[in-house]
Design a protein around this ligand. Structure first.
Ligand code: PEP
Length: 249
């Protein structure tokens, strides 16, 4: 039984005060919702405030990145233990914007996933192909490589603690969602690959879809066999819209 996960990635939006205001508006809208896990990923400076505002609600907090070292001379970076101390339970790793603008590659993503696991955080490992890779017929090769290299040296036992997010780059922030069939095709492929890597443990890893998820397309995506949740950017910024996504059933 794979419990659905609905995660909001706020990117570089919302101050601490705005995060607290979101929580105040959002929690009453999802009171009584059960059978799903809800995660919100604010910018680093809002993690502590948002965690405090969500305390006791069951809604979890994620960072949008972490460094792979536990501490050290890495100006501008934040360690897994630091985000955990601030209240995060999850962290997004390898988001395509990090890969595109901050030169993250599969090797650094893998170091981050292992560091997050070692610190007791749940990594949300993002992968997905660009438009030219899809048009060139390389989508499956790309996600297969990103998965293989991103989870290197991670055991079947640890796999249970990971979430994957398939986010086709051409669908992020563009308003172009993959069709449920296109998304399912890749999710099914990733599940088969995970079974090759981890055996039966791979069958239980939850795979979220991300890329222009909205209140009006979430249900069709979630109806697909291998889509276990969503990583939502723009539509997670308003309490009303994200609550509608959380209540997709
Ligand atoms: C994201 O930021 O991971 C994302 C999928 O963004 P959007 O929903 O805005 O496309």
């Amino acid at each position: 039984m794979r419990v659905p996960v609905l995660a909001g990635n706020w990117k570089m939006y919302k101050t601490a005060g705005e995060s607290a205001a979101f929580a105040k508006g959002f929690l009453p809208l999802v009171a009584g919702v059960s059978g799903v896990e809800i995660v919100l990923a604010p910018p680093f400076p809002s993690i502590a405030t948002l965690s405090a505002a969500l305390k006791g609600s069951g809604v979890r907090v994620a960072s949008q990145n972490v460094h792979f070292a536990s501490e050290g001379a890495y100006t501008g970076e934040v360690s897994p233990a630091m985000v955990k101390d601030a209240g995060a339970t999850h962290c997004i790793i390898g988001h395509s914007e990090r890969r595109q603008y901050f030169a993250e590659d599969d090797a650094s993503v893998n170091r981050k996933v292992r560091a997050a696991l070692a610190a007791g955080l749940t990594p949300i490992l993002c992968l997905g192909e660009t438009l030219s890779e899809r048009e060139g017929g390389k989508a499956f090769d790309v996600v297969s490589r990103q998965l293989r290299d991103g989870v290197r040296e991670i055991s079947a036992g640890e796999a249970a603690k990971i979430l994957l997010a398939y986010e086709p780059v051409w669908a992020i922030g563009t308003g172009k969602t993959a069709t449920p069939e296109q998304a399912q095709e890749v999710h099914g492929f990733l599940r088969a690959r995970m079974k090759e890597i981890w055996g039966e443990a791979g069958a239980n890893v939850r795979v979220l879809y991300g890329g222009s998820v909205k209140p009006d397309n979430i249900a069709a995506l979630m109806a697909k066999e291998d889509i276990d949740g969503a990583l939502v950017g723009g539509a997670s910024l308003s309490p009303e819209s994200f609550a509608r996504i959380v209540k997709f059933q």
